[in-house]
Design a protein around this ligand. Sequence first.
Ligand SMILES: NC(=O)c1ccc[n+]([C@@H]2O[C@H](COP(=O)([O-])OP(=O)(O)OC[C@H]3O[C@@H](n4cnc5c(N)ncnc54)[C@H](O)[C@@H]3O)[C@@H](O)[C@H]2O)c1
Length: 362
Amino acid sequence: MLGYAFMGKAHSNAFRKIGYMTWPPPLTPRLVAIAGRNEEAVSEAARRYGFERWTKQWEDLVADPEIGLFDNLGPNDVHAAPTIAAAESGKHVVCEKPLGRDADESYEIWSRVAATGVKHMCAFNYRFVPAVRLAREMIDAGELGELRHFRGRYLQDWGDTTEEVWRFERGAAGSGALGDLAAHVVDLARYLVGEIEAIGGFLRTFVPGREVDDAVEATVEFEGGAVGTIEATRLALGRRNAFQWEINGTQGSLYFDMERLNELQVFRADGDRARGFKTVLVSEADHPFWEHWWPPGHIIGWGDTFVHELHHFLAAIAGTTEVAPHGATFEDGYRAAEVCDAIVRSGERERRERIDYRTLTS
Ligand SMILES: NC(=O)c1ccc[n+]([C@@H]2O[C@H](COP(=O)([O-])OP(=O)(O)OC[C@H]3O[C@@H](n4cnc5c(N)ncnc54)[C@H](O)[C@@H]3O)[C@@H](O)[C@H]2O)c1
């Protein structure tokens, strides 16, 4: 594992839980080594999370023959080199989102890693919320009919600060709310509705002196004919982690809010006089992922999405499933970055952009 802070804690917690909550696990994770720059902090993290050893050099992880899976949880500028090096030394790789700081870097990571033949997953963990998977299953089964609208917004409110964090540095982050939050919305839109073929949008920076965007606004067209909107900001006071989306089809609608993670709002156009959205508590035995957890109504939390995500990746390594379509591969990470780049271009050129996705051979 590279990185011991926010995501380091989330992924370590998940790896530890997989071993007993998802019994029998597809593979039993062994936490071999963790890398970070600060000796005191990384050695403490190793003790706390249960890693056998620690290092200040990520290159040590890449060279370690006992490591079979490399999990990159560093800032965005630390994604490319270690992830590519780990894959080229034969390790399966997980990399946090956004895959790279822009589409070019993301493409480089995807193409170099794909050439090695290892398994790869970009950690878009919101695909692994039970309500999101239920939504996908309902859409796949045709329960919403033909999809017409997607409305997605990811709102947080911590960004109006002079605190020095890597997320505000262009070199370290690549972008602001765009790569941090809008990338999640783009990935979810692609996962639930389908490929995005055109987009119009722009970025806005409000905080004086800030190197990256604070807000993103975009309108999208999907290959399947649906249309939609995408919004992301870290300046929506009162919205702490509000990843909200709504999908309207010809036969029904779905609505979700991350701050109500266990719930899916479902509307069916069934002609009932008393029709309206119903709130489904996604915690039944036959709901996605629920085989790992508790009796109905005994809800789970945000950190548990990483248990589902990394369990899925271990199953892919074990050969019992594929990373795609439910996990985001590095190709998905690259495609999300291509959409984000198109929003930037659209704002600069003041026109709608069609999106050309690169393939591995082009
Ligand atoms: N999927 C999600 O919901 C989600 C949520 C938050 C962050 N993220 C992503 O996870 C990544 C990490 O974000 P975070 O919030 O955990 O950041 P963080 O600042 O909390 O942690 C970054 C970690 O990387 C380490 N690090 C930095 N440079 C390093 C280097 N050269 N070598 C080794 N270690 C190094 C730091 O010591 C720290 O432990 C980012 O790409 C971010 O976009 C994803």
